[in-house]
Design a protein around this ligand. Structure first.
Ligand SMILES: [Zn+2]
Length: 52
């Protein structure tokens, strides 16, 4: 694992609740729900992930 990947993993797990939402179109991950994906602009594409 690269140093950058380790840093991203550390910050991603900092609060245990980050990036709980993901766009099913572009795969972008977010820490809150969006009506439209901020990355690709598609409506109803951001869904809650269940990685617990
Ligand atoms: Zn998207």
């Amino acid at each position: 694992m690269s140093l950058m990947a380790r840093l991203l993993d550390f910050f991603g797990d900092a609060d245990g609740e980050s990036e709980a939402y993901q766009c099913i179109r572009c795969g972008g991950t977010f820490d809150r729900e969006y009506y439209e994906c901020p990355d690709c602009g598609v409506s109803h594409a951001v869904v809650r992930t269940t990685d617990e």
